[in-house]
Design a protein around this ligand. Structure first.
Ligand SMILES: [Zn+2]
Length: 278
């Protein structure tokens, strides 16, 4: 199927222009929109297949806990898009009242089987409210951004906190690795890639107050591998990839030491207020 050319931005309805084979850029709200068809979330979901119940998944959950535990450890929390339940498990081990939900039934079954916390299908959570909702690398999987906010808003108590992580459109690594940047690798799952400005505008227009905002490296203990792979991802064949590896590594070293700017992952903590603007 040839790439689609969205005429309008799915976030703000603004005009778009093609900037990458798989993404168009909105000229209004600073977001990249996928030009490919959406995939479904079943046992073939790439992240589930590669990482479910793995050491990497647990280490990622521990990184997230270190970043956000101060917002979570004293309140009720729902991990929205919990995947294999690793974050809920880590939070529960630290004494937090954290539960999880996911649309991927295989992932949810695995999370429940792990026994590390409480996990629910979305239909089992109707009417439940939480003091905090975490959505780690989830918002970019929605075709319609309004649907993401409707879902999380339904789970949030008034004055509750929403914690979001998502790939950063304006990462310095995108500028360094250009079209090879790993963020462009899964347009069938990552339906849009937001900038700091776009995400903040989306939150503020819905009455959320931004409490903390920062960018960080990929949320993995070996995130450097992901970045180096950006340097050879588009080359065909092992020989071609090995030939360009020194340049990929050199770009990573230069990018780490000499290049300033935003990192790969946007992290936002926002509080739900009564001041809705629409
Ligand atoms: Zn837009």
């Amino acid at each position: 199927m040839p790439p689609l050319q969205p005429e309008k931005c799915s976030v703000c309805s603004g005009a778009t222009r093609v900037v990458e084979p798989a993404y168009s850029e909105c000229m209004e709200c600073d977001v990249l929109i996928s030009r490919t068809s959406a995939a479904v979330y079943d046992e073939d979901y790439y992240y589930f297949k590669a990482h479910a119940r793995s050491r990497e998944a647990r280490e990622r959950a521990q990184i997230l806990w270190r970043y956000f535990s101060r917002y979570i450890d004293s309140c009720t929390c729902l991990d929205f898009g919990c995947n294999d339940g690793s974050f809920v498990e880590v939070a529960t081990c630290h004494g937090a009242r954290c539960e999880g939900t996911d649309v991927n039934e295989r992932a949810l079954a695995l999370a429940k089987a792990g026994g590390g916390g409480s996990f629910w299908s979305p239909q089992d959570l109707v009417g439940r409210k939480f003091q905090c909702v975490t959505a780690f690398d989830v918002i970019e999987h929605f075709d319609i951004v309004d649907e993401f906010f409707e879902r999380v808003d339904g789970y949030l108590e008034d004055n509750g906190r929403l914690i979001i992580t998502t790939p950063n459109k304006n990462s310095k690594w995108r500028k360094i690795y250009r079209g090879g940047w790993h963020g462009f690798g899964i347009p069938q799952y990552h339906r849009f890639i937001m900038s700091e400005r776009c995400l903040c505008e989306q939150l503020q227009s819905r009455g959320f107050l931004i409490e903390e905002l920062f960018t960080t490296k990929p949320l993995e203990t070996r995130g450097w591998k992901l970045l180096v792979a950006s340097g050879y991802r588009l080359k065909n064949g092992v020989t071609a990839k090995i030939a360009i590896l020194p340049i990929a590594v050199a770009k990573f070293i230069v990018g780490s030491i000499l290049v300033g700017g935003e990192e790969d992952t946007l992290c936002v903590v926002a509080r739900k207020t009564q001041g809705r603007r629409h």
